[in-house]
Design a protein around this ligand. Sequence first.
Ligand SMILES: Nc1ncnc2c1ncn2[C@@H]1O[C@H](COP(=O)(O)OP(=O)(O)OP(=O)(O)O)[C@@H](O)[C@H]1O
Length: 488
Amino acid sequence: MLKVDNLSGGYGKEPIVKNISFTVNKGEVLGILGPNGSGKSTLLKIISGILQKLEGTVLIDGQDAAVYSQKQFARKVAVLPQLHAHAFSHTVKDTVALGRYPHQSGIFSSWSDEDERAVTEALEYTGVTRYKDKPIELLSGGEQQRVFVAQALAQEAPILLLDEPTNHLDIAHQQQLLDTIRKHSGEKGVTVISVFHDINLASLYCDRLLLMEKGQVATIGDPKDVIQEATIGTVYNARVKTQPHPELPKPQMTLLPDTMEERKPFTVNKQHFAISADHVSFKVEQPLKTISSAVTNPGMGWFRAFVNRHVDANYNCDDVKAEMAQYLEQRGYHLTDTVGMMTAVTTEHAEIGEYEGDFGTVLIMVTAGVGNAVDVSQAVTREQRVGTINTWVIVNGHLPDEAFIQAMITATEAKTKALHTENIKDPLTGTIATGTSTDSLLIAATQEGEHLPYAGPITPLGKLIGHGVYDCTIRAIQAYKKAKGWTS
Ligand SMILES: Nc1ncnc2c1ncn2[C@@H]1O[C@H](COP(=O)(O)OP(=O)(O)OP(=O)(O)O)[C@@H](O)[C@H]1O
């Protein structure tokens, strides 16, 4: 559809962009990224014919773009420039109508129904219909930007060149505009080449990305191959971390600010726990990186308080999350800071242990009741009950994500072994239980001090977790048995 071959050019004799080659297919959205001054706008201006090229070709539908007349070119390519100079004051509708000029013919151009439809549709698409009779200079920067996008859409060209289309737009309008452009491209097969400053938006909305560096192509490809920590870090000279988007298979990038290094070193210890008949709590000043299967704030995050709340064995509530949130707030816990789980077990029987290794300490908290014990290998219909073995593993150390997962495996194996040692049986099958039906687990780390790459059972951290969880679970089960008056 559009092929750029060995293109060079700029503002004078010395080229600003050099030896650029790439192809964009019909209906594809290509994002152009790169640091300030890397030549993104210059490249777009050369492709759109605003600037003269020094070398190379731009082929549109297999034909050299240089042979098209200005009007022919405008029927093929619509351009949204980065800056808009308005020589005359127009209404919004008239501004958008200017996009129709390549479709007008003759000296006395007539306005057709087709022109009217295209303008109405473009005004609608970009959400500016209600301003249509207003002079454009009375609109805000973001509103004006949407009008110019509408003008480019009204042109109904099969190729759309956009220079920062979301400039001046708030997040809702960024989303609406890019959704519109994406939809437009999908439904009408329009090819889009767009300059972006926001790497995350480009990742979300583009099929492929072209990363520029000093006037040349640093890399071009799928967003997941272009948005790599090392590549982005080097080209932009910034400290970055990439992570997956929570709902889409698209990479997202986060800056690592220098202030991170100002975090004061800290450690956590047994003094941070408190036990009452109502709940077990753990509170610290600085947030810990946490993964859990809790009721409040499950999954991964950073939290400063953990709560293991006692509820009645017959606890039943339509909206457990809302009820738990209310419980926490009433007790002064800030919801965005707190992980909350529930247990029917007497929280005063919580076992807390501090286990020391060469790298630092691991803190373990377990509450255990086994009336609900289950052999996980036996598929039997059961009643859903409140969780009865809740385990917290809190590490003074710095863990990568894989170590969090290994810590979960190690802690679970240690819990299962403790049930075996204590000869806890699944009442339905009579076989040794591996857990209870709704156990909860929390792994947290200060992300301070020693880097601990692994937490499997042969590593120093894994050994402490394995031993600590086993030890605390045994003691918690024994406390439970004693309270229930079990003889074994
Ligand atoms: N009108 C001009 N005359 C001469 N040089 C220019 C002109 N416009 C831009 N340049 C130079 O060309 C280089 C590339 O600029 P360009 O605007 O293409 O970069 P960009 O990647 O779009 O940057 P930004 O992210 O800041 O918008 C810069 O060094 C800039 O100084």
